[in-house]
Design a protein around this ligand. Structure first.
Ligand SMILES: Nc1nc2c(c(=O)[nH]1)N[C@H]1C(S)=C(S)[C@@H](COP(=O)(O)OP(=O)(O)OC[C@H]3O[C@@H](n4cnc5c(=O)[nH]c(N)nc54)[C@H](O)[C@@H]3O)O[C@H]1N2
Ligand SMILES: Nc1nc2c(c(=O)[nH]1)N[C@H]1C(S)=C(S)[C@@H](COP(=O)(O)OP(=O)(O)OC[C@H]3O[C@@H](n4cnc5c(=O)[nH]c(N)nc54)[C@H](O)[C@@H]3O)O[C@H]1N2
Ligand code: SF4
Ligand code: SF4
Ligand code: FES
Ligand SMILES: [Mo]
Length: 897
């Protein structure tokens, strides 16, 4: 601790603190302009001048040293500060300090008693309003560089630069042209940091930043991806004016991305569902809630009467809250009497849940993401966090720029690969061989932790025997990764003091996805880098949807109860039955793909789909639609009349994340609160209310009338959540599970004493490499990989309704220049993509990001038909679709007509 005095007040500071920190610790306010706590200090504006042992210094860049006497208050200092700020302001045009302006500069001028008419300059640098979310008034720029540092030091995009000379210096996109065509990914960091209002978001949120905290801000958790950014929603007249990153957000720390920050335009879309719809004479027509709910209740009763409880199923939503998911599974299990409930984890990280449970005992990541900050080697596998988990991507990139070694394993040149020490580019579907190759090198070169392997693991003998067959040369043949790169990567991971593994769908969405997870989990086990040893960060799946971890935690799964008790386990059932007062069926229910099959052969008679656009996002869209059409009752709870809702018999309009109350669990197992900022449109209501209403219409009372009570009840069923409550989260912000009691902090790092497997040990796995379900051949010579792009989210139902559509207007197929030449496809040409299963139409984008022989597209524009292409192959353990490997061919598209 450093001890010093500020204006005679003693303060104590941790090492590395600045004099600005000292002044604040003393409770004194000091104006600043070029400073932002999220950024490395620049010390360029001289607004924060103080005297330290008699010397006049800028507080923001001066380290706090022991025994200093700091003065802030005397008249000379005040006039020096005043002169510095007045000089800056004098170069600006009058509107910089206009009466209603709330910029940091305007506030500093008010505080230093600088008249508004000081701003009397005549710069004529002009505006750039080309971008939907970021507008630039160059005349207000004071060249403080905060936006440039935000873009490079926090976001890692390097899109901005200061150009011009002397007094004429101002910010500009580095690419030279208009902002809209720059490298900007619309994270909003520059908007949030600019102290003058030179960079603002257009519309009612203009000029709002996270620095101030007016009373009308609602703290909530982002409803897009699983990072779990804490956001402050500014509301004006029951409309969202802006969504700002929370500076004290535990994961995001004052940062966000284009989705959480700006993609709320869907709220006011004229296409939002505002009233229930029921099918009559083949058409959907508006209906009242009582009528729609009665239709659902009658239909469910009829299905049970005709086919028994197992003729009913529900797909619960990873977009919805924990409390909603808890209620959905409770409704199915206790009112209908079936375990037929699943969620989109099936399509995504079900192999992670299965694989990590088999290796370590629990279904989530092993360590808190914050520990990545201490990692000295990052192994990022089959994940594209720069686009899919941007705030995590930015933190990983900063860690790499700060000196951690970075190994990226992805067939494509994803954003992080540009900064990687080694980029491994395996052929899609060959992960198991790749990971075994890495493990082979670790063993061969003695880069393991023998004491840890002896004391805390099993399976080493079997794995060692298997790995003999995976020397780098053979792995190179299977994967296409040069043996030298493989060895280099294994050495970086193997020699690091604290290595970390994070991974994504490039590991799971395969025919052998669970094997992939287990083979990858072998690496931290071999290194002793898991289990709280302090020698690494373990392994973390970058779970996708905002609440996919929570939907599974809450038991919206056909074989698992809340907290992962097995439905087949009498003890787990007893615990749930004791709380619910109703029997729980012992036989595991149907998984999502099995639900569709059961519907097609008439066994399933009612399906309630909550917040999942299965006709757009599940594989084999045509067959999914056939299943829905064959099912006598399809109920869809939705925000929009999407592909799936169009096949429904009853459509229930739902409230979205900005309109409801509850909690989400993020990718590193933290519970956080979700709070309503605005009212849902029309008569739309939360899925929580809809499930209660249907249960009531069936004569059942589900109990727990509020989300807070639902979470409390869940804690009784599942002891691992026993210490969580809305009240606690309101006080503490984020709490990780397992958390069995209110006075425990929650286990961020798992397995510190022992693993949660039956024998308390980590289990090394030895699955042999097996080829993917599809390989290219003469008819279908290219391998299609599907995945994500930064501006859109999954089905695109929300991001296509708002400004994000201007950032990414249509579906594109990336292909390598060699393949473009071979198949006669020009850049931007319209192409038909055909697989053995279906056909899609996309616009070609020719470039080197994909390897020759491979093509890549996203699935954010359902009308393109991408999910008609994907095969019915699925992970042999969990039924997760093989979205990442499809053999295709191309031909030029005929003109649309
Ligand atoms: N902008 C945006 N963000 C999102 C989403 C979105 O739709 N848009 N969706 C959210 C959801 S639901 C999820 S699950 C996450 C997903 O997040 P990610 O898992 O990062 O997403 P993907 O782009 O599907 O796939 C990741 C990478 O796997 C690579 N890959 C494919 N096959 C292989 C292989 O065989 N081996 C290896 N090593 N790599 C392979 C692909 O090239 C791709 O870059 O993102 C979440 N965040
Ligand atoms: N080709 C290909 N296909 C894929 C993937 C891939 O990599 N490649 N990835 C798969 C993965 S990982 C996933 S997770 C799935 C995602 O697939 P989906 O879950 O179908 O995708 P989303 O667009 O997230 O949205 C679900 C729907 O919920 C609605 N919604 C949003 N919030 C709420 C709410 O609070 N309540 C209700 N009732 N509705 C709401 C939205 O309008 C949207 O229509 O896609 C899968 N499909
Ligand atoms: S645009 Fe704003 S943040 Fe960027 S240099 Fe200019 S004044 Fe500073
Ligand atoms: S990184 Fe994920 S959680 Fe954070 S703002 Fe973006 S979409 Fe939301
Ligand atoms: S805020 Fe300290 S020099 Fe600008
Ligand atoms: Mo996902």
């Amino acid at each position: 601790m450093t001890r010093l005095h500020v204006d005679g007040v003693p303060v104590e500071l941790p090492p590395g603190a600045s004099l600005l920190d000292a002044v604040r610790a003393a409770g004194t306010h000091l104006p600043t302009l070029c400073h932002d706590d999220r950024l490395r200090p620049a010390g360029s504006c001289r607004t924060c001048l103080v005297r330290a042992d008699g010397r006049t210094v800028a507080a923001c860049v001066t380290p706090a040293t022991p025994d200093l006497a700091v003065e802030t208050a005397d008249a000379d200092l005040r006039s020096l500060r005043r002169d510095a700020v007045a000089l800056i302001a004098s170069a600006l045009p009058p509107h910089a300090l206009a009466a209603a302006t709330h910029s940091e500069l305007a506030e500093a001028c008010r505080e230093l008693e600088i008249d508004a008419d000081t701003a009397a300059g005549h710069p004529a640098r002009g505006r750039d309003d080309s971008h939907p979310y970021v507008h630039l008034d160059r005349d207000l720029c004071i060249a403080c560089g905060r936006c440039v540092r935000m873009c490079s030091d926090v976001q890692g995009t390097f899109a901005l630069t200061l150009t011009g000379r002397g007094a004429d210096t101002a910010v500009a996109p580095g690419t030279g042209g208009p902002w809209a065509t720059s490298d900007c990914v619309s994270c909003g960091g520059c908007v949030d940091t600019c102290p003058t209002g030179a960079i603002t978001q257009p519309g009612p949120g203009r000029g709002l930043t996270s620095g101030r905290a007016p009373a009308d801000r609602v703290r909530t958790t982002c409803g897009y991806c699983g990072v779990g950014c804490a956001l402050d929603v500014v509301v004006r007249e029951d409309r969202v004016a802006a969504v700002l990153p929370a500076r004290d957000g535990p994961v995001n720390r004052g940062h966000a991305c284009v989705k959480g920050r700006f993609a709320y335009g869907y709220l006011g879309s004229a296409e939002r569902l505002t009233e229930p719809l029921v099918r009559e004479n083949g058409e959907l027509r508006p209906a009242s809630w009582p009528e729609a709910v009665a239709r659902v209740a009658d239909g469910l009763r009829a299905a049970v009467r005709d086919g028994g409880p197992d003729a009913v199923a529900a797909i619960s939503s990873a977009r919805a809250t924990n409390e909603e998911n808890y209620l959905v599974q409770k409704f199915l299990r206790t009112v209908v009497g079936t375990n037929n409930v699943d969620n989109c984890s099936r399509l995504c990280h079900a192999p992670s849940a299965a694989g990590l449970t088999a290796s370590f005992g629990r279904a989530g990541g092993t360590d808190p993401f914050d520990d990545v900050e201490n990692a000295d080697c990052l192994l990022v596998v089959g994940a594209n966090p720069v686009e899919a988990h941007p705030v995590v991507g930015a933190r990983l990139l900063q860690r790499a720029l700060d000196g951690a070694r970075l190994v990226v394993a992805d067939p494509r040149a994803v954003g992080l690969a540009r900064h990687a020490d080694v980029h491994l580019r395996p052929r899609p579907g060959t992960n198991v061989a790749l990971f075994h190759g890495l493990a082979h090198v670790l063993l061969a070169e003695g880069l393991t932790d023998p004491a840890f392997l002896r004391g805390r693991t099993t399976g080493l003998g079997e794995l060692t025997a298997l790995l003999a067959a995976y020397p780098p040369a053979r792995v190179a043949e299977i994967t296409g990764v040069p043996a030298g790169d493989l060895t280099a990567a294994a050495r970086l991971y193997g020699r690091a003091e604290r290595p970390a593994v994070v991974y994504g769908l490039g590991v799971t969405e395969h025919l052998h996805g669970t094997d992939g997870v287990r083979a990858l989990a072998n690496l931290p086990i071999l290194r002793g880098a898991v289990g709280g040893t302090g020698r690494g960060f373990g392994i973390s799946p970058l779970r996708g949807q905002n609440n996919v971890q929570g939907a599974s935690d809450m038991g919206a799964l056909p074989d698992l109860l809340p907290g992962y008790g097995r439905v087949a386990d009498p003890e787990a059932r007893d615990r749930a039955e004791a709380v619910w007062g109703r029997p729980v069926p012992p036989r595991p229910g149907l998984r999502i793909p099995d639900m569709f099959e059961a519907a097609r052969d008439g066994r399933l008679r009612a399906l309630w789909i909550i917040g999942e656009d299965v006709c757009a996002t599940d594989p084999g869209s045509r067959r999914v639609a056939e299943a829905l059409d064959a099912c006598p009752l399809v109920v869809v709870s939705e925000l929009f009349l999407g592909e799936t809702a169009r096949h429904a018999d009853v459509v229930l309009p739902a409230a979205s994340w900005l309109e409801k109350d509850g909690t989400f669990v993020n990718f590193d197992r933290r519970f956080q609160r979700v709070r309503p900022a605005v009212r849902p449109p029309g008569t739309a209501r939360s899925d929580f209310a809809a499930v209660h209403a249907v249960a009531a219409a069936m004569g059942a009372d589900l109990g727990c009338p509020t989300p807070a009570e639902a979470l409390a009840e869940c804690g009784q069923v599942a002891p691992v959540f026993g210490g969580l409550s809305h009240a606690r989260l309101d006080r503490e912000g984020a709490v990780p599970w397992p958390c069995p009691s209110p006075d425990e902090p929650g286990e961020a790092t798992l397995y510190t004493a022992e693993f949660a497997t039956p024998d308390g040990r980590a289990h090394l796995a030895a699955p042999p490499y097996l080829p993917p379900g599809e390989e290219p051949d003469a008819d279908y010579p290219l391998l299609l990989v599907t995945g994500r792009r930064w501006a859109h989210y999954n089905s695109g139902s929300m991001t296509r309704r708002g400004g994000n559509l201007l950032l990414d207007t249509h579906g594109r197929l990336d292909l390598h220049p060699e393949d473009a030449a071979r198949h006669g496809v020009a850049d931007r040409a319209s192409v038909v993509v055909e697989s053995r299963h279906g056909r899609a139409r996309l616009t070609a984008r020719v470039g080197p990001d994909v390897a020759p022989g491979q093509v890549f597209c996203a699935f954010h524009f359902p009308e393109d038909g991408v999910n008609a292409l994907v095969s019915r192959n699925a992970d042999t353990v969990t039924s997760c679709p093989e979205y990442k490997v499809t053999a295709v061919r191309l031909r030029p598209a005929p003109p649309r007509g």
